[in-house]
Design a protein around this ligand. Sequence first.
Ligand code: DGI
Ligand code: FE
Ligand code: FE
Length: 192
Amino acid sequence: MEREQALLIVKQQLTEQRYEHTLGVVETAVKLANQYGADVKKAELAAIFHDYAKFRPVEEMKQIILAQNMPNDLLAYNSELWHAPVGAYLVQTEVGINDPEVLDAIRYHTSGRAGMTVLEKIIYLADYMEPGRRFPGVDDVRRLAEEDLNWALLQAVKNTIAFLLEKRQLIYPDTIHAYNSLMREVKGEAKQ
Ligand code: DGI
Ligand code: FE
Ligand code: FE
């Protein structure tokens, strides 16, 4: 699917502000894909659609998680997590995108997971550090991203976990698994 057509489709699903965020994620993801040798077209498509389900009603997302046999432990954690797997499903069924790598990048863009692909890492990181994001620590992550994808992502995941701890929120296990897996990667140990 062409960029302009994809952007028109997603624009209808989002607020103006969320659409601007999406354009920032696209710009950042394309840059990271060029830098780290990922498929630029896939990065662009995943970035365009990563928040496709962001504004679906919680009840609709819940029904999709149950009906599609998604990990139902999701329902025991923050509903902020749900738009990612539900988005992957809706982008496939409503938009007709079938590339499993693109769909996985959307599916894991919020939680992360163990053994993330380069494309998944790029989308997580682009979502975290696009130019419109302004929170403490984001500039450190932007600097790290110029040098090393894994270190930048590790810092972003660490900041996210610290933020959740500070707010006394639950932490979804895949986020912890992402952290452990990246830590093993940067330490040069076997991936797990
Ligand atoms: O959709 P966005 O706002 O662009 O960003 P996102 O998809 O990364 O959603 C982030 C929100 O999800 C963020 O405010 C933190 C929240 N969240 C809640 N529980 C968890 C979580 N994020 C992670 N990584 N893990 C959690 O367990
Ligand atoms: Fe999101
Ligand atoms: Fe986002």
